[in-house]
Design a protein. Structure first.
Lengths: 120, 112
């Protein structure tokens, strides 16, 4: 696609329920990132996928959070037993970092519009 | 470890005046430096980057940034601010093979 696509754009859930957030990166991008952003605040790094390497999960706040990236493309962020403090905008980004080519776009993160999660 | 500081939470500037949004960084190895802008209820948009070459980098919407290795800074500048430049600005750094690290963000308000 033309850009990074995230779905749903908005998600309202009840405390204790599980949610899945989806990210479709730009085709051919080797790296994919998940961030969390509370209202008007900075970015909190969650997880980073780079090609076939083991993901960097160092930012995941608890074991209720997990993510996978299937076939090196689409990624799903899963939050189990949601809590009110999980309410935030979840942003996904992708980039082309490794290997030859890429031109001026290399190393630039391209962000999706985000998923706004509200836990009631 | 990599880190980014944006010392100002908020910058206010009058329309037509020059603006500067500050960023300093710490990284081992050669830095890749980036500026992103976030308009209300939008995702982050790339403005400009420094990888190598000229220290003065020009980007989108008339913005530029100067890489200063000795001061480990990468301040964002624009000669004449517009009200439409009001947004949240993020500086980011990475070195080769490492993850991106974002600064806490600076809110820019351009007053008419």
């Amino acid at each position: 696609g033309a850009g990074v696509s995230q779905s749903p754009s908005n998600k309202v859930t009840e405390k204790g329920k599980d949610v899945e957030l989806r990210c479709d990166p730009i085709s051919g991008h080797t790296a994919l990132y998940w961030y969390r952003q509370s209202l008007g605040q900075g970015l909190e790094f969650l997880i980073y996928f780079q090609g076939n390497s083991a993901p960097d999960k160092s930012g995941l706040p608890s074991d209720r959070f997990s993510a996978e990236r299937t076939g090196g493309s689409v990624s799903t962020l899963t939050i189990q037993r949601t809590q009110q403090e999980d309410s935030a905008v979840y942003l996904c980004a992708s980039s082309f970092d490794r290997g030859a080519g890429g031109g001026e776009a290399k190393n630039i993160q391209y962000f999706g519009a985000g998923t706004r999660l509200s836990v009631l | 470890a990599q880190s980014v500081a944006q010392p100002e939470d908020q910058v206010n500037v009058a329309e037509g005046n020059p603006l500067t949004v500050k960023c300093t960084y710490s990284v081992s190895g050669n830095p890749y430096l980036f500026w992103y802008v976030q308009y209300p209820n939008r995702g982050l948009q790339f403005l400009l980057k420094y990888i190598t070459g000229d220290n003065l980098v020009k980007g989108s919407y008339g913005f530029e940034a100067e890489f200063n290795k000795s001061q480990t800074s990468f301040h964002l500048k624009k000669p004449s601010a517009l009200v439409s430049d009001s947004a949240l600005y993020f500086c980011a750094v990475r070195s080769y093979g490492q993850n991106f690290v974002f600064g806490p963000g600076t809110r820019l308000s351009v007053l008419p």
